[in-house]
Design a protein around this ligand. Structure first.
Ligand code: UFG
Length: 349
């Protein structure tokens, strides 16, 4: 028997990076995570703590089947397209998958009387909005997304809030800052294809797997000229989802909550930490700015503490990078060239 004392939770997109870590956290807390995923970017190997229902969030019938079969009591919704750059080139796809998929999921929940939702949102809903470097962002800050990706996350939040007012859905949107790190077990970790995120790319460069890292600009108005970001350990993020599921909220309430570590580091600081953790240099060169990169994103996490009773536990930059290095040195899935790179590295040592 699966351990499922607290009931089944549909984890849409649960074969992805944050979804898999959340499925593990749900299982550890006595829930049965039912991963609903089309495996377009998620990994079958990442589904370890409950059943996989293979399906797409735009498919109402597949959602209805999975919810009925497993007697789903609540939903956590991660399934979406996430590459900011691609959203500029293909806004049509992002609206169809992200907003269309969320609308279909909400209808399926309503049809089945499932009234609790946690939604994967993003700091991308905020614009840069005249903030200075190291000025933290609270939830009431201006919403002015710099990309179609951010637009779709904001549109989903508004649709979810409207379902609360109209139909009594109770929901929390978690606005992630920079998710990073991996579970220390080595069983699950980050494996985007293509990988675009700083920490895995810095580690890959040091391991000789792939190109030297390009630093996207060192002429920002920040202390060392590179962008500042708030990196939060994926296991802290996973815990935030369980807290959001259990938060004592009124029926029909909608809460949007920042999830970050509440500390920001520059690209150069991340590179230095990766070099220290690996005991080898991270080959890098400064290049042009990447379009749409705000100089600084730092979370005000007071509301996460107040509403969810959540605080980050393992989100020191050293802990995040240590766990990322462990995963990237022996990934259980993804990263096709990594084994050969590691072999070449140990042969040359
Ligand atoms: N960076 C580099 N070189 C690289 C990759 C990244 O210098 O090769 C820099 C970026 O310019 C940025 C920082 O490293 O300053 C972090 O970049 P990531 O791509 O790792 O993360 P982002 O801050 O761009 O993106 C994150 C989430 C997105 C979300 C965005 C805004 O991954 O989903 O924050 O909230 F949209």
């Amino acid at each position: 028997m699966e351990k499922s004392g607290k009931g089944a939770v549909l984890v849409a997109g649960g074969a992805g990076y944050i979804g898999a870590h959340t499925a593990q956290a749900l299982h550890a807390q006595g829930y049965l995570p039912v991963v609903f995923d089309n495996l377009s970017s998620g990994a079958r190997e990442a589904v370890r703590w409950g059943p996989l229902a293979h399906g797409d969030v735009r498919d109402a019938a597949a959602l209805a089947d999975a919810m009925a079969k497993h007697d789903v009591q609540a939903v956590i919704h991660f399934a979406s397209l996430i590459e900011v750059g691609r959203s500029v080139a293909r806004p049509d796809l992002f609206w169809e998958h992200n907003v269309g998929g969320t609308a279909t999921l909400l209808q399926a929940m309503r049809a089945r009387g499932v009234r609790r939702l946690v939604f994967s949102s993003s700091a991308a809903v905020y614009g840069q909005g005249g903030r200075g470097p190291l000025e933290s962002i609270a939830e009431h800050a201006a919403k002015d997304p710099a990309s179609p990706y951010g637009d779709t996350k904001l549109a989903c939040e508004r649709l979810i809030a409207a379902h609360g007012r109209a139909f009594g859905l109770t929901a929390v949107a978690l606005r992630y800052f920079n998710a990073a790190g991996a579970d220390p077990s080595g069983l699950i970790g980050e494996a985007h294809a293509p990988e675009t995120h700083l920490i895995p790319l810095a580690i890959a460069a040091a391991l000789g797997d792939g190109k030297a890292l390009t630093v996207f600009g060192d002429d920002f108005d920040t202390p060392d000229g590179t962008c500042l970001r708030d990196y939060v350990h994926v296991n802290d993020l996973a815990a935030a989802h369980v807290a959001a599921l259990e938060a004592p909220l009124a029926e029909g309430a909608f809460e949007a909550v920042n999830i970050g570590a509440g500390r920001a580091y520059s690209v150069f600081e991340v590179i230095a930490e990766a070099a220290r953790a690996l005991g080898r240099p991270v080959p890098h060169a400064v290049g042009a700015r990447r379009e749409g990169d705000p100089p600084s994103l730092l979370a005000d996490v007071a509301r996460a503490r107040a509403v969810l009773g959540w605080t980050p536990k393992v989100s020191g930059l050293d802990e995040i990078v240590r766990d990322a290095v462990r995963w990237e040195s022996a990934p259980a899935y993804g990263r096709p060239g990594r084994k050969a790179a590691m072999a070449a590295l140990s042969a040359s040592a």
